[in-house]
Design a protein around this ligand. Sequence first.
Ligand code: FE2
Length: 240
Amino acid sequence: MHFSSEEITALAQAEATAPRYDIYVLIHKALRAYMVDTLLVVGQLDVDDEAALAQAAGRVGELLAFCRSHLTHENQFIHPALERHVAGSSQAIAAEHVGHGQAIDALGAVVQALASCPRPARGRVARVLYQQLALFVAHNFEHMHQEETAHNAVLWAHHRDEEIAAIEGAIHASLDPAEAMLCMRWMLPHLAPAERALVLSGLRAQAPAPVFDAVLALVRPHLSADQWRRLTQDLTLGHA
Ligand SMILES: [Fe+2]
């Protein structure tokens, strides 16, 4: 799982080759950011602040729903493409998805307990939520790395880039507007500038102008002044 120093040297000196289409990279950047940010919110929670408590509980619930939906997409759209060519190649990750579903249920129960427990118990329950969410995030980070390496290796060996992009397109088409917006909220601020411009120019080409404008408005508060300036240059928006 870790690179050796020889592998890093080889990577740095390799001839430039066109990268393969990576179905995981953008959504996993979104998930990593969303998970870490939510964990920080729980760690910072003042359990005596009713509004903050409700907000944090809502935030964790929203993350859990997003994670459940994400693993369902992978099961439904990506794993069949792996299994068609290499039987059993999605088995280990699919089994981890079952475990993630159980962890999501358990975390949901802790969120419920935090929202409804007597005030003196809140601190203890909030600490359990923080610790359990941290373990969930830690496991998901290793899990996503496996998908980005082992699963991508099978996808790249047996599918052309257009076929992989078509799988991603089918996932996007299955999202309802609220989930698509949530995806943009956590993805776009945490991409490299070229990736951000690529996603947004694709959206501009495909979506109605009001949708494109709504996504820009959603994301702008989460970009630095420099990131926004770069994006407007890349998209030649002309209203930086
Ligand atoms: Fe996964």
